[in-house]
Design a protein around this ligand. Structure first.
Ligand SMILES: Cc1ncc(COP(=O)(O)O)c(C=O)c1O
Length: 381
C-alpha cells in the first residue's frame, strides 16, 4: 500500500516505536508516579525521559511545562478550557480545525465568551493586521493554526504571537500539522501554549498528544483527579505537570512517543527536507495534470507536507475511493474537520482530496500516485 494520509496519523511507525510500546507493556507496565515499588519508579522515570526529550526537541526550557494529553484535540481543549473565563473575547481564524472551532463556539453559545473569526484574504493568508483589527480590550486569547490540515499552508504565527502579546492577549498555536514536519522551537516562537498530537509527525502511537505551556502560565485544570502527589488535598495541586495531568498516564503510548521523538532527533534535518521535497513533487506533478485544481500554495516556503486538490467537479470521495480500490493508495477526501477552510475554497459540497507525506514516503510512491491520478483524470475528467 502507498500510504499518503500522514496528516491523519503517521503510518507505519518506526520499528523503535513499535518495540518501545511492546517492551513497556511486557516489562514495565506499572503505574508511573503512583506507588513506591521499583517498577513504578522505572515507569515514572520513562515518563520523565519522554518529557525531557520533548522539551529538548521543542526547545522548551523546562520539561515540567510539557503536558501529556490524549491527542491534539485534548491538548487544545485543555488549553482553551484552562485559559478562558466568563466575559473573555477570543480571536481565531477560518483555518482552524473543529477541535478549536467547536469548543470555542460552545462557549460562545453558552454566553461565556465572545468570538471573532478572521478570514484569509484572497491570497489564502491570514494577515496579522486583520487579527490586530479585531482585538478588543477584553481579548484574552488568540488561537491560530500553524499549518493547515487541508491545504498545508503555513500561517505567519510568529507575527501573530507578537501582536497578541503587544495587546496583552495570550496566543495558543495549533501545531497539529507542524510538529515533526517543520522545525518547531517554542522559545523562538514565544507562544504561550502549543498543542500537538503525539501520533502524527512526532511518530508516537495513537492516544498521545502534547501541550506545551509557557513557564509561569497557570491554567485551570479542565480535568481533576488523582495525580499521585499531594493526595491529602481536596483540590487539584498547583504544581506542573500534575495540575494538568490527572489520572493514569498512557505509559505504553508515552514510551512509543519517546522513541518517535528520538528517531526525529536523529534524522530531523534530513526528514524535514525530504518531506518538503516530496510534497513539492506532488503539488507540481498534480498541477501538470489537465483538469486538476490544486489548493496548496506554490513554493516550499508557504506550505508543509499536505497537498489538496480536486478533479473538475468530481466528488472528492469518488477519486479517493478509486485511488484506494484500483491503486492501493490511502488518502483522505471530504471536509477534513475544517469547515471554514472549505467555505473559503468553495468546496463545501465537493470536499477535497488530501495527500499527505511523511517520514517513510518515497519518491517512487509519489511518482506512482501521480500516474494513478493522471489515469483517473483521463477516466473521469
Ligand atoms: C490542524 C489540526 N488540529 C487538530 C487536530 C486534532 O488532532 P487529533 O486527531 O490528534 O485530536 C488535527 C487532526 O487532524 C488537525 O489537523
Amino acid at each position: 500500500m502507498i500510504y499518503l494520509d500522514y496528516a491523519a496519523t503517521s503510518f507505519p511507525k518506526p520499528d523503535a516505536v513499535v518495540r518501545a510500546v511492546a517492551n513497556t507493556m511486557r516489562y514495565c507496565g506499572a503505574n508511573p508516579g503512583r506507588s513506591g515499588h521499583r517498577l513504578s519508579i522505572a515507569a515514572g522515570s520513562l515518563v520523565m525521559q519522554a518529557r525531557e526529550a520533548l522539551a529538548q526537541y521543542l526547545n522548551a526550557p523546562d520539561p515540567f511545562q510539557i503536558i501529556f494529553c490524549l491527542n491534539c484535540t485534548d491538548a487544545l481543549n485543555t488549553a482553551i478550557g484552562g485559559v478562558l473565563r466568563a466575559g473573555d473575547h477570543v480571536v481565531t481564524t477560518y483555518y482552524e480545525h473543529n477541535s478549536v472551532l467547536r469548543p470555542l463556539h460552545t462557549l460562545e453559545k453558552r454566553g461565556q465568551i465572545s468570538l471573532s473569526l478572521v478570514a484569509p484574504r484572497e491570497d489564502g493568508r491570514i494577515h496579522p493586521e486583520d487579527i490586530a483589527s479585531v482585538l478588543r480590550p477584553n481579548t484574552r486569547l488568540v488561537v491560530v493554526n500553524y499549518v493547515s490540515n487541508v491545504t498545508g499552508r503555513i500561517q505567519p504565527v510568529s507575527q501573530i504571537v507578537q501582536l497578541s502579546h503587544a495587546h496583552g492577549a495570550l496566543c495558543l498555536v495549533d501545531g497539529a500539522q507542524a510538529a515533526g514536519h517543520l522545525p518547531l522551537d517554542v522559545e523562538q516562537l514565544q507562544a504561550d501554549l502549543v498543542a500537538m498530537p503525539g501520533h502524527k509527525g512526532l511518530l508516537g502511537p495513537q492516544g498521545t498528544g502534547v501541550l506545551y505551556v509557557r513557564e509561569g502560565l497557570m491554567l485551570a485544570p479542565v480535568r481533576q483527579g488523582g495525580t499521585g502527589s499531594e493526595s491529602q488535598l481536596m483540590l487539584q495541586p498547583d504544581d506542573m505537570p500534575d495540575r494538568l495531568e490527572s489520572g493514569t498516564l498512557n505509559l505504553p503510548g508515552i514510551a512509543g512517543l519517546l522513541a518517535g521523538v528520538r528517531f526525529l532527533q536523529a534524522h530531523a534535518d534530513e526528514l524535514h527536507a525530504q518531506q518538503a521535497f516530496h510534497a513539492d513533487l506532488l503539488a507540481s506533478g498534480l498541477r501538470d495534470i489537465p483538469g486538476i485544481h490544486v489548493y496548496t500554495p506554490e513554493g516550499l516556503a508557504g506550505r508543509a507536507g499536505v497537498v489538496a486538490f480536486n478533479l473538475g467537479q468530481v466528488d472528492s470521495g469518488e477519486v479517493a475511493d478509486l485511488l484506494d480500490r484500483d491503486y492501493n493508495i490511502a488518502c483522505r477526501a471530504g471536509m477534513h474537520c475544517a469547515p471554514l477552510v472549505h467555505r473559503f475554497l468553495g468546496t463545501e459540497n465537493q470536499g477535497a482530496i488530501r495527500l499527505s507525506v511523511g517520514w517513510a514516503t518515497t519518491r517512487q510512491e509519489i511518482e506512482q500516485c501521480l500516474l494513478a491520478v493522471g489515469r483517473i483524470a483521463g477516466q473521469l475528467g
